[in-house]
Design a binder for this molecule. Structure first.
Ligand SMILES: Nc1ncnc2c1ncn2[C@@H]1O[C@H](COP(=O)(O)OP(=O)(O)OP(=O)(O)O)[C@@H](O)[C@H]1O
Length: 258
């Protein structure tokens, strides 16, 4: 599903400050699912324009980024989003946080591209006709006008993912959270989407296993078994992560050799 439950089209921003610095503040945040600790004791403040999240499978990356748009809530600790406690900010988060999933088929819900884009505008309160017109203009701005009437199901994976990103961008969120959005794309589609992401004015939090996607990023968070193993400048964190992967691979190879 692409969108969060909205309380009302007319929901006015009351508690969130879109310009809050940091946009997210975690204080001893822990999250349990089915009595298992998935995130443990996270304390950090997020304010950079480009933040990457890395870690092995199951380390808690997807769960972590879902805290940023209210899809998950902490079991304990304090989480503040856009200057307000997460539980209070939650109804306003769809206005401020756009979320892009790994699989566009889990996100796109309308038959055609134009309808998918227009839906976001109706959520902002546009009348149906105006939202369709504005959707067309928005697609043209991003060089995608030719796709407007195409059924989403008939698009390539790269085109689908691009439309999913545009469908959240049309709502002009302050923060774009992307959970492995380029996993199924070829090198060309990946490169196009990456350059488009880097040119956006939005703050971005990106989860990826492909470390090359973090070129030009400001900060990397490395999660391991639900804890923050390292947090810092990309060149330092990525080098440490690569070294850790190498040592793990090395020890596995030694075991195989035995
Ligand atoms: N709905 C759920 N029910 C039970 N356990 C869950 C659920 N969602 C996540 N988990 C558990 O939480 C842990 C972290 O999962 P998460 O998807 O956040 O990891 P990840 O780092 O994004 O993994 P990947 O790289 O494989 O996508 C895993 O052990 C997972 O099994």
């Amino acid at each position: 599903m692409a969108f969060w439950p909205r309380k009302s089209k007319q929901t006015e921003t009351r508690v969130c400050d879109p310009d809050a610095k940091p946009f997210a503040a975690f204080e001893n945040v822990t999250l349990e699912i089915a009595d298992r600790s998935v995130l443990s004791d996270l304390t950090l403040r997020l304010n950079e324009d480009r933040i990457g999240v890395i870690g092995l499978n199951g380390s808690g990356k997807s769960t972590f980024v879902r805290l940023l748009n209210g899809l998950r809530t902490p079991s304990s600790g304090d989480l503040s989003l856009f200057g307000a406690p997460a539980t209070i900010a939650e109804p306003e988060l769809p206005r401020h946080v756009g979320f892009v999933f790994q699989n566009p088929d889990h996100q796109a819900i309308f038959p055609t591209v134009e309808e998918e884009i227009a839906f976001g505008l109706t959520q902002l309160g546009y009348e149906k006709d105006k939202s369709r017109r504005e959707a067309r203009l928005f697609l043209a701005t991003h060089g995608c006008e030719a796709l407007a009437e195409r059924p989403i199901s008939e698009l390539s994976e790269g085109q689908k993912q691009l439309i999913c990103i545009l469908a959240v961008l049309v709502m002009e969120p302050r923060l774009l959270v992307l959970d492995e959005p380029m996993t199924s794309l070829d090198a060309l589609a990946t490169s196009r989407i990456r350059s488009m992401l880097m040119s956006l004015p939005q703050k971005i939090v990106l989860v990826s296993h492909d470390l090359s996607h973090f070129e030009g990023f400001d900060r990397i968070l490395w999660l391991e078994e639900g804890r923050l193993r390292m947090d810092g400048a990309p060149h330092e964190v990525l080098a440490a992560y690569r070294a850790d992967l190498d040592s793990r691979l090395g020890s596995k190879l030694e075991l195989v050799a035995l």
